[in-house]
Design a binder for this molecule. Structure first.
Ligand code: F0G
Length: 460
């Protein structure tokens, strides 16, 4: 029989430096995870083999970016690299005014303080931990207006990041547009599993919010990955370059917060961008108080240079195809092992459904936290809980009980190989095999804010 092979894709780069990893034994890992209170955030990175905790700040920079690091203009004011970054943001994203910040949450902090008044309501396509907390600390209340399918890990909807426009319209009617300073739109919704919003939905959202005079603020942390899905799934964009899709997405929004540690391929950095002079003026004032002068915002000149270059590299079609292609490879491998993953496969990692993986655990026994600890124990692969622990407590002290109880296998950009992906899937499969013997956890220490970072657990 004649066999036909589908041609493989491969990474559009090669390696010229490697970082050696320490291999551990199971006994060493058991000791490490116990000492970490069964929280993968509290592990030492030296005890980790493949680190899928996050795609944040963990990318491998290119030789051009490293060369840019040597061009840092470390002047206190008016650094050359700031102007390069400003131009990069204007050219590639189309926003007029730029305020650099040390990372994404620095921008969220300043923006929330400027735009939100106590009692305001901020609709968004699912919450993100730091984003929502800054909205709440400014006196606002976040309201989720993402489509219902986003909360269903098995729904095959191609754009689970879409806004439910009826929900939003009802909310506007209920509160009045003067109580809604902006709608917060994330491209590639992190907590939904790296799921995109469609251009069609964005256009309709823009029409609706314009009618009511409400801004759209764009959490553009993973905008390039969202653009990839638009290119793949919306026929109108099948032949449009990623950079053009990204620019069109941004054009429907009034400003943005960016954690450049993700799509923009840097280890640290972020920004606030806006098209409104008044907002810019106030932000420029405030950044001096909380981050640093408005031409560095907590960053070294060299970091701004690496970001300016990283933004450009992130919008290359070959880059983004390999990036998401690797994640799809991992996802399909896991499916072969019958591991319950969130569908469709997302843009920055594989999200495993811990409810289905460990059906004998109740949500109060922290199934996702448990699964993340077990995968580490099996192979030294570090993942992250994205379930009840991450969701935290409501302002009234009650737990949020999110529908999604997930473990995120987040893949850093340009860092790991296909063989690493195989090892990861095999490890998850090994844990699946002995899942019936796995017991849950109880929380023994809980910090006040963003508890998932520092909470400690013990085995039940
Ligand atoms: N918005 C989104 C969608 C994010 O994923 C993050 C960070 C931020 C804002 C905050 O940016 O970390 O630069 O302050 N997400 C990381 C993660 C931490 O692992 O998902 P930051």
């Amino acid at each position: 029989m004649k066999t036909t092979y589908k041609r493989s894709w491969a990474e559009p780069y090669k390696m010229k430096m490697v970082e050696l990893l320490r291999m551990t034994t199971r006994a060493q890992r058991l000791k490490a995870i116990r000492e970490a209170g069964f929280n993968t955030f509290l592990l030492r990175s030296e005890d980790v083999y493949i680190d899928l905790l996050t795609d944040s700040g963990t990318s491998a920079m290119s030789d051009h970016q490293w060369a840019g690091m040597m061009l840092g203009d470390e002047a206190y004011a008016g650094s050359r690299n700031f102007y390069h970054l400003e131009k990069s943001v204007q050219d590639h994203y189309g926003y007029k005014y730029l305020i650099p910040t040390h990372q994404g949450r620095g921008a969220e902090h300043i923006l929330s303080k400027i735009l939100i008044r106590p009692g305001d309501v901020i609709p968004g396509n699912m919450y993100f931990t730091t984003t929502r907390l800054h909205q709440e600390l400014a006196g606002g209340t976040f309201v989720d207006v993402i489509i219902e399918e986003a909360h269903d890990p098995q729904s095959l909807h191609p754009f689970k990041g879409n806004v439910d426009l009826d929900k939003l319209e009802k909310l506007i009617r209920q509160h009045g547009s003067e109580r809604i300073p902006y709608v917060c739109i994330a491209t590639n919704v992190n907590m939904a599993g790296g799921q995109p919003i469609s251009m069609e939905n964005l256009r309709e959202l823009r029409a609706l919010t314009q009618k009511h005079g409400i801004r759209i603020i764009h959490d553009m942390t993973r905008v390039a990955e969202n653009a990839y899905f638009i290119q793949q799934r919306e026929p109108e964009f099948a032949h449009t370059p990623i950079r053009e899709i990204v620019k069109e997405i941004c054009s429907y929004t009034d400003g943005a917060t960016m954690s450049a540690k993700k799509d923009a391929l840097v280890n640290i950095g972020g920004f606030l961008a806006t098209n409104e002079w008044d907002v810019f003026e106030e932000a420029r004032n405030m950044v001096v108080v909380y981050e640093g002068l408005h031409t560095y915002g907590g960053l070294a000149g060299r970091d701004m240079e690496a970001m300016a270059i990283g933004i450009k590299e992130s919008l290359d079609d070959n880059h983004i195809h390999a990036r998401v292609g690797q994640i799809e490879y991992l996802g399909h491998k896991m499916e072969e092992f019958e591991i319950p993953v969130v569908h469709p496969i997302g843009g920055h990692g594989i999200f495993v459904d811990a409810r289905r993986f460990l059906p004998h655990l109740s949500q109060d026994e922290f199934p996702a936290q448990t699964l993340a600890a077990e995968v580490y124990l099996d192979s030294g692969v570090r993942t992250m809980e994205r379930g009840i622990v991450s969701a935290g407590r409501k302002p009234d002290g009650q737990h949020y009980y999110p529908k999604l109880e997930l473990v995120r296998f987040t893949v850093p950009r340009r860092v790991y190989t296909q063989a690493h992906m195989d090892v990861i899937a095999e490890s998850a499969a090994a844990v699946l095999k002995r899942r019936n013997r796995i017991k849950g956890l109880k929380m023994v220490y809980e910090p006040k804010y963003l508890r998932f970072f520092q909470a400690r657990f013990e085995r039940l």
